[in-house]
Design a protein around this ligand. Structure first.
Ligand SMILES: Cc1ncc(COP(=O)(O)O)c(C=O)c1O
Length: 482
């Protein structure tokens, strides 16, 4: 048979040659800079833009040149979450095993939609989920999925709570059909993360339908107020409890909350996006008692599991409602219902279809360092926070505003004889000056309506000398500002 004559095709380029670069050599300076000061340097967007080539690319630059340009821009205007003196927000340090693991993820480029798209990846993700479900105390029925971050995990968890609450017909008829008799209500404490509000907005429930539960003096949800609210409110879709609040690290009383949820037949979603990593330490585990009774739990790998961005685990104690909500099929992807391991699809229990191989960095870290070592570092973070609180308590000029319940604490420089507005100004100035000096960073927040210095310790490389150094800087700068 004679071959059909081939049409004239436009020539395609071979792109592989241009990508030949020694990756080790390319990223070595970035690895070296991880612990360098300054952590951050003040910048204006125009200064940064001047270092970046913002013109439409011609496509003729070498990778070496690009690496060099980006490395030097970052060196000039860094934001080193990796630095052991970084105490701001809840920023992940990343583990030394991460650069390799993330490079592997990128080279492999497998799509973790399910087994058909990534047999090894699916097994690894299911393995990682099993390890983490064991940490939470869920039984074999539990399933989970790794998503991009705590915000999307909280949204998917609350969406599954909707499917559970409204039951059959919710998928087809939507919220509207179930809101005629009374509005659907979400309960969470005043200290819950704002991603809960955003989830409620995106799900079409609306923030007017969040009923905020009061907190106690330690910023923990008050079970008595929750009990009263559950008695009063109809159509409660779920209670969102927090295990490690963003501002102060408070863990809501999960056992009491779980008992109330059980009593009222309400879904309990636990946002442990920050606090979840604490479960790696068996000494810290008792603080989370009750988490095993949640219906869904969120734990960010990219917070206190020390992992580089971005991965967050959404766990379901019983995945039935999630599967009822998310299971879809199409002409090109018929829905097998996950009965055989070879049919397993993560998109049947979560919102994303195409997903990165997010489990690999954690799988490698766990096998390389082990739970015990990672757990020791988590505990060390908590002990550094407690040590810092003790040092603060010894200084007359300092006031511990929120003692650490995990690895977050808040304090103020508070010399005698100054009015509150003056103290507020000095504390803001201390924070700014510390950032300028470059060895430490604290983020701004308010407690009881007043600015405080907030310290969050979630870096595996932070040691006692770093918190001592921070305190010495606060005192030195504070005194110079009086
Ligand atoms: C308790 C809590 N939940 C959820 C989130 C949102 O997580 P992400 O930034 O990964 O979306 C945060 C972020 O800090 C958080 O502290």
């Amino acid at each position: 048979m004679t071959a059909p004559s081939r049409p004239q095709l436009a020539p395609a380029d071979d792109l592989t040659g241009a990508a030949e670069i020694d990756i080790n050599r390319a990223i070595a300076p970035l690895i070296e800079q991880r612990y360098s000061s300054p952590i951050v340097r003040p910048s204006r967007a125009a200064d940064v833009a001047a270092l970046i080539d913002t013109g439409f690319p011609r496509g003729d630059e070498s990778l070496e040149h690009l690496v060099q340009q980006i490395t030097s821009a970052i060196d000039r205007y860094p934001r080193r979450n990796t630095h052991p003196g970084f105490f701001g927000w809840i920023a992940p340090s990343g583990l030394p095993s991460d650069p390799l693991a993330h490079a592997m993820v990128s080279v492999l480029n497998e799509n973790l939609g399910g087994y058909w798209a990534s047999p090894v990846g699916t097994m690894i993700e299911k393995t990682v989920i099993r390890w983490l479900a064991d940490l939470v105390g869920f039984d074999q029925q539990a399933e989970g999925v790794l998503l991009s971050g705590g915000s999307i995990s909280n949204m998917a968890g609350i969406a599954s709570a909707c499917a559970n609450h409204f039951g059959p017909g919710y998928r087809e008829q939507g919220l509207y059909a179930f809101s005629q008799a009374s509005r659907p209500v979400i309960l969470c404490s005043r200290a819950a993360h704002f991603s809960v509000r955003r989830a409620v907005i995106m799900l079409g429930i609306g923030t007017d339908n969040i009923v905020a539960i009061d907190t106690d003096d330690d910023f923990r949800m008050r079970p008595d107020h929750l009990a009263e609210t559950l008695r009063q409110q109809q159509n409660v879709v779920c209670v969102v409890a927090t295990a490690g609040t963003t501002n102060t690290g408070a863990i809501d009383p999960l056992e009491e909350i779980a008992a109330l949820c059980r009593q009222h037949g309400v879904w309990l979603h636990v946002d442990a996006a920050y606090g979840g990593g604490g479960l790696m330490s068996d000494l810290l585990q008792p603080r989370y008692r009750g988490i095993e009774q949640a219906d869904s739990v969120v734990m960010d790998m990219h917070k206190w599991f020390f992992q580089s961005l971005g991965g967050s685990l959404l766990l379901y104690r019983d995945p039935a409602s999630a599967r009822q909500l998310f299971l879809e099929s199409s002409e090109y992807l018929p829905a097998a219902v996950d009965q055989e391991p070879e049919d397993y699809a993560f998109f049947h229990i979560g919102p994303e279809l195409s997903r990165r191989f997010r489990a690999l960095p954690f799988y490698i870290a766990m096998r390389c360092y082990g739970l015990e070592r990672l757990g020791r570092n988590v505990l060390h973070n908590v002990q550094c926070a407690e040590y810092l609180a003790e040092l603060i308590g010894r200084q007359e000029q300092l006031e511990l505003v929120v003692a650490p319940q995990l690895s977050i604490l808040c304090f103020r420089f508070r010399p005698q004889g100054l009015v509150d507005t003056e103290i507020d100004r000095i504390n803001s100035a201390i924070r700014d000056q510390i950032q300028l000096e470059g060895d430490f960073l604290m983020s701004a927040t308010q407690v009881y309506g007043r600015p405080v210095l907030r310290v969050c310790i979630i870096n595996h490389a932070t040691r006692a000398e770093h918190v001592e150094g921070l305190l010495a800087s606060v005192l030195r700068i504070g005194e110079s500002l009086i």
